[in-house]
Design a protein around this ligand. Structure first.
Ligand code: FAD
Length: 556
């Protein structure tokens, strides 16, 4: 059963019914105020939908009737809730606008097709009638990927894929599955688990994002070291375009010319709509071992990850927090509490081993066949010890696993209290990583000070290595800062620009797994080059000659 849109927050994260676990925890909020140099936090509640007016829908009555003839009247939805839900994605920038009641980008209608043929028919109609089309999976884009931007067109519809959620076929001997693109993470994994299989794609947005979204923005789950990114597990796809069906077929390998599947991966809805995909699967893991380590500093933790990646240790996940992230989350968990005797003893034990206040926590995860998991975990522990780390055991790993999808729920209560919370990520080769890390951290720190609402206020920058490869790794930054009320969009832009300029100047990609959308347009040409952008334009002209697909995204 597709997730009912009314059960998910239209202007925040996750289930509407989710309870704020920090309500009434004043000691946490006072601690956070101190962290960002504010005497106290402010009350900045979101506007209620009933108090917000939406622009009039611009879809012509006869076009609406023809869309209804394709997908069914009940699947052309243009009430206020549907239009608000589909206006923007779930980035900090999006939430600033949604919470302020800016629904100027609401689509004229949300269309819910059920099959590839319906998608093809509605795209053909949209091309004929000059209607802009925004493909929409779970809407969790954090780069402005689903903004209902109408571009030069008078009307815009969002095509919500959530009714296309069937797992069509599981080919167990080949470890392949074919599924419709609108299937959500949990539904897909449940169907695969019933056959003893897994895709292993677990982004932090897993519960609220879809297969089509993972493919269209070329995502990476938290366990991608073991199970691969979308680039690794996508075997084939059907892309419905305004010019017809682009079907890549699926082969284990092929040398029949350039790989056209790459045009689907990361295409962000600008060429067409992925309606079905064939995926490479793994056996559901028989064993799983997640555990923690503490390193003296970021460099020694990064060296351990590099060794593991280059020596071929089959880790599912290696995630290293820098000193500030490690300190912040430990202090967050203990905010307002006196250090217990146990905690003080633990600290004394660590101090004796040279693990001081700049310590960096690493969570390592291993999944698969029991003996391989055991060997991989022991081997990684040897690497970690060699680099001076203290193993912390499985408790840390269990806690991380239990809370792996919870973090995003903290953003809304922070935004209710005058705080901004944003994230960005990049990747570079090992030899560039350290300079990139320092440059982005410094850029964020300076920009948050420069845009702070009062003297002495500042932000907090947290970073971890989130994914690793033989040749490099990704850095994931979270930054929390007091909002400059009234000038929040300009503040966001200034911070984003400072960090993105630093990324590009230091050899990082503008995105490791969030994509380009609208928010990274200013930097994409530098990464792809003029000819590269021309190639993308040529593909778009071939598949979407009128340019109706997801205007304003990916190509500047
Ligand atoms: C709290 C949070 C945590 C996140 N964690 C991760 C993470 O760990 N890893 C990660 O990779 N990403 C992460 N993201 C980013 C986001 O969740 C991913 O981009 C996600 O895969 C998007 O899937 P979706 O179904 O929500 O796509 P949407 O947001 O609906 O769409 C994303 C883009 O793909 C296009 N699109 C969607 N479906 C289709 C389709 N069927 N055909 C063609 N185009 C389509 C859209 O037009 C848009 O451009 C996170 C986001 C949030 C808010």
């Amino acid at each position: 059963m597709a997730i009912e849109r009314g059960k998910i927050r239209w202007n925040g994260w996750g289930w509407s019914a989710h309870k704020d676990t920090l309500a009434g925890r004043e000691e946490v909020w006072s601690w956070l105020a101190e962290e960002v140099g504010m005497p106290s936090l402010l009350a900045t509640p979101a506007r209620k939908l009933e108090d917000i007016e939406l622009p009039k829908p611009q879809l012509a009555a006869d076009a609406r009737a023809r869309l209804a003839a394709i997908v069914g009247e009940e699947n052309v939805r243009d009430d206020k809730n549907e239009r608000a839900f589909h206006a923007l994605g779930r980035s900090y920038h999006d939430l600033l606008r949604l919470r302020a009641g800016d629904l100027s980008q609401a689509p004229d209608a949300a269309i819910y097709p059920r099959a590839t043929e319906e998608v093809l028919a509605l795209l053909s109609l949209a091309a004929e009638r000059d209607i802009a089309v925004v493909p929409y999976g779970g809407g969790t884009s954090v780069v402005g990927g689903v903004s209902a931007n109408r571009g030069p067109f008078a009307s815009v519809v969002t095509v919500d894929l959530s009714l296309m959620e069937s797992v069509i076929e599981i080919d167990a001997p080949s470890r392949l599955a074919t599924a419709q693109a609108g299937v959500y993470g949990p539904a897909l994994e449940n169907a695969l688990e019933a056959k003893g299989l897994t895709l292993g794609h677990f982004p932090q947005s897993f519960e609220f994002s879809t297969l089509g979204g993972w493919i269209a923005h070329r995502g990476a789950g938290q366990s991608s070291s073991g199970y691969g990114r979308a680039d690794d597990w996508l075997a084939g796809a059907k892309l419905a375009t305004p010019r017809g069906l682009f079907d890549t077929q699926s082969f284990p390998a092929s040398s029949a010319g350039p790989d056209l599947l790459s045009l689907v991966l990361g295409s962000e809805g600008i060429f067409g709509i992925v309606t079905e995909a064939t995926l490479r699967l793994h056996a559901a893991p028989a064993a799983s071992d997640y555990r923690g380590y503490l390193f003296r500093d970021f460099a020694s933790g990064a060296a351990a990850i590099r060794s593991a990646a280059q020596e071929g240790v089959p880790a599912t996940m290696l995630r290293l927090s820098d000193g500030e992230e490690t300190r912040f989350y430990r202090a967050f968990a203990r905010a307002g509490q006196r250090a217990s005797i146990k905690a003080r003893l633990e600290q004394a034990y660590l101090d004796a081993r040279g693990i001081g206040p700049g310590a960096c926590a690493l969570i390592a995860g291993f999944e698969g066949e029991k003996s391989i998991v055991g060997a991989a975990s022991s081997y990684f522990t040897q690497i970690a010890r060699r680099l001076g780390a203290v193993p912390l055991g499985r408790g840390q790993g269990r806690r991380w696993l239990a809370g792996r999808f919870h973090g995003p729920y903290l953003r809304d209560p922070m935004m209710d209290r005058g705080l901004g919370v944003d994230t960005l990520e990049t990747a570079a080769s090992w030899s560039k990583l350290d300079a990139l890390y320092t440059a982005v951290r410094t850029a964020l720190d300076n920009a948050m000070r420069e845009t702070a609402p009062r003297p002495g206020a500042h932000g907090v920058v947290l970073c971890h290595i989130s994914h690793s490869y033989r040749d490099g790794a990704s850095l994931y930054f979270t930054y929390i800062f007091p909002r400059a009320l009234g000038g929040e969009i300009a503040q966001w832009q200034a911070i984003k620009k400072a960090a993105s300029d630093a990324i590009v100047a230091h050899g990082g990609t503008i995105s490791h797994h969030h994509g380009v959308g609208e928010d990274h347009l200013a930097w994409i040409a530098q990464e792809k080059g003029c000819l590269g952008i021309d190639v993308l334009r040529a593909v778009k002209a071939a598949l979407d000659p009128k340019g109706i697909m997801n205007p304003g995204k990916l190509i500047p």
